[in-house]
Design a protein around this ligand. Structure first.
Ligand code: GTP
Ligand code: MG
Length: 277
């Protein structure tokens, strides 16, 4: 038995005393590592071929993308900057939004779409700031899709040149695949979650434009290495921008507001460019 990890595929000759697991050991190590994501579809469903899985995913995402294109065209025409906020549950998305909306009040119009499986708690919290909010409950669904967002847009007052925040369902997996028609995807990682999350859930970090490291006020109390988290995020997405904030104390929130301002200016310029074509 392997004395490094306890797997049964280990042979004494495989062991490298300096590095622990040699290549030979790595091969033998597969005995205790079961992969379900190495086929063409990148996933597995019992009883379904990889080809069928790809076909289903292509159909669903193709349909979603056409709704996303429609949302994007509507938002761009209004010069509205739409952001898709994704994270695991409880990273602080709504808290950060509440603090952001309080600071934006009277300066930049903003509206919010909230996604959760159940309850209207988050939309209620947002409305207390004075900003309009629509709650989408997904039931057993684990992410927002562009069709749901399109329906919310029909009911939400969107001011020309404003910001639309879409808080996705707390989930680091499924929201990665669904374009909602946003201009930018923002992933929030709180310091209580561990710096390895970008490596464990790479798709969501690979697709994001900005990573916000939240709850920095808790850094003195947790084993979280900011440098390692940023390095891990840049291993899956070398272009990802990073901001550190505490939605609780407000530290770093001004940097986030500056980022928002720059993104809004880009969006307005983009809309003007399209209108002039
Ligand atoms: N210490 C600290 N706590 C925070 C911070 N931001 C949020 N929290 C707390 O984290 C908890 C979850 O915050 P939410 O804003 O509800 O998180 P969320 O990402 O919107 O959660 P879901 O919508 O359920 O996915 C609450 O108890 C917040 O008070 C922060 O910067 N520092
Ligand atoms: Mg929330």
């Amino acid at each position: 038995m392997c004395t490094v990890c306890g797997c049964s595929g280990f042979h004494e000759k495989d062991h490298d005393p300096d590095h622990g697991h040699s290549d030979a050991h790595a091969r033998a190590h597969d005995v205790c590592h079961v992969h379900f994501g190495e086929g063409e579809a990148g996933g597995a469903v019992p009883g379904m071929s990889q080809a069928r899985l790809i076909q289903i995913e292509t159909d669903i995402l193709g349909k979603n993308n056409s709704y996303a294109d429609r949302n994007r065209a509507l938002l761009t025409a209004k010069g509205v900057l739409a952001l898709n906020l994704v994270s695991s549950p409880g990273s602080g998305k709504t808290t950060l939004l509440v603090e952001t909306l309080k600071r934006m009040a009277g300066k930049t119009p903003a509206a919010v779409i909230e996604g959760d499986q159940q309850t209207s708690n988050d939309a209620d919290r947002i409305r207390e700031t004075g900003a309009p909010a629509i709650q989408i409950n997904t039931g057993k669904g684990c992410h927002l899709d562009a069709h749901m967002v399109g329906h919310a847009l029909e009911r939400l007052p969107l001011a020309q040149g404003g910001v639309l925040f879409i808080e996705n369902v707390g989930n680091l997996v499924c929201p990665a695949a669904f374009d909602l028609g946003e201009a930018f995807k923002v992933v929030i990682l709180s310091v209580t979650e561990g710096e390895d999350k970008p490596l464990k859930y790479p798709d969501i970090f690979a697709n994001a434009d900005l990573m916000i490291l939240n709850k920095t006020d808790l850094l003195p109390h947790v084993d979280f290495c900011v440098g390692a988290a940023i390095k891990n995020a840049r291993r899956v997405n070398r272009k990802i921008q990073v901001l550190q904030v505490s939605a609780r104390t407000g530290e770093g929130v001004n940097g986030w507001l500056t980022w928002l301002d720059g993104a809004l200016k880009m969006q307005v310029a983009h809309a003007r460019g399209l209108a002039a074509e």
